[in-house]
Design a protein around this ligand. Structure first.
Ligand code: ADP
Ligand code: MG
Length: 287
């Protein structure tokens, strides 16, 4: 595929997005090189959002939202339905453009001036609610596909992985707990295992920031606990933002919790402090 074709090609509903790559219904594959090394992570914050306002037909989905995420932190975002959680992720990933506000990635990258694809290539990975693994492929092949996306080399799919690539996949398999299922077709995995595999598909690209929307919805209790462990283990090496409704889960992983309500931050702090906040009890926990 030449560059012009690549640039014209737009992701559609039919395409599956894996970080910086899209794979089409006919197996077409296109990706851009990642540029994570260009992100200046020398400051305190990896993400810096200030006064972000988003309106849909006059309705304010985000209202002067402020969000500061430290490098390597694990942040939970909670809030009732319609609070603006998904819209916030849409702004960070470039899917939705705010009417006003500031959004920086690292010290120098203005997210509001970057395309969705550029943002992904700078190392912001997003895991959507519904798992979109390749059902006909094995667990290992899914990770291989995602890794090829990162390297922008189509031939990886047909050629041999380097020793280093092999090691990365092995290490990710271990992290997501699917080492023993590496040769299993992804379509045969449980819902929870598919979610972990998809997190793995982001991890082989080694993102700086990982956004995860409601990871434990539909999971068994055991799967939920394993997911809490997984996400906790990722913090430090990655900055992780988790949107979740399941309060037990949030309690089990949270360091700092941000409560959104009507598009703004209602409260922020340790789980217990937030849980005992009167305003939070009124609008959220008491509902
Ligand atoms: P949450 O994820 O916290 O449940 P959302 O960010 O999905 O909330 O939505 C915030 C508000 O914005 C909701 O009231 C929703 O109906 C509205 N909204 C979200 N996306 C759109 C859109 N594309 N057009 C119109 N309204 C929208
Ligand atoms: Mg949502």
């Amino acid at each position: 595929m030449d560059d012009a074709t690549k640039n014209r090609a737009r992701p559609t509903e039919q395409y599956k997005q894996i970080g910086t790559a899209w794979i089409g219904p006919g197996g077409q594959f296109f990706a851009k090189p990642v540029s994570k090394q260009l992100v200046d992570v020398s400051g305190h914050y990896i993400l810096y959002l200030e006064d972000i306002t988003v309106s849909f037909d006059g309705f304010q989905a985000l209202n002067k939202l402020k969000l500061y995420i430290e490098t390597g932190e694990l942040r939970c975002i909670i809030g009732p339905n319609g609070a603006g959680k998904t819209t916030m992720m849409d702004v960070i990933t470039g899917k939705t453009r705010p009417d006003r506000g500031t959004a920086y990635f690292g010290q120098t990258l203005n997210l509001l001036e970057l395309s969705e694809h550029e943002i992904a290539s700078y190392g912001i990975g997003r895991k959507f609610q519904k798992p979109t693994v390749f059902e006909q492929h094995t667990v290992f092949e899914n990770l291989e596909l995602a890794m090829a996306a990162d390297k922008s080399v189509w031939h990886t799919l047909f050629g041999r992985l380097s020793g280093e690539q092999q090691d990365t996949i092995d290490s990710v398999l271990h992290t997501i707990g699917l080492t023993n299922l590496r040769t299993r077709e992804a379509g045969g995995l449980s819902h929870g295992q598919k979610q972990w595999l998809e997190i793995g598909m982001l991890l082989v690209q080694d993102p700086l920031v990982l956004l995860v929307d409601e990871p434990v919805a539909g999971m068994t209790h055991q799967e939920t606990e394993a997911t809490a462990e997984l996400l906790t283990s990722l913090a430090g090496d990655h900055s992780v933002i988790v949107v979740e409704h399941d309060m037990e889960f949030v309690r089990s992983i949270a360091r700092t919790v941000t409560v959104l309500h009507e598009g703004s931050v209602l409260a922020e702090g340790a789980f217990d402090a937030v849980q005992n906040n009167q305003q939070v009890i009124q609008v959220y926990l008491g509902e």
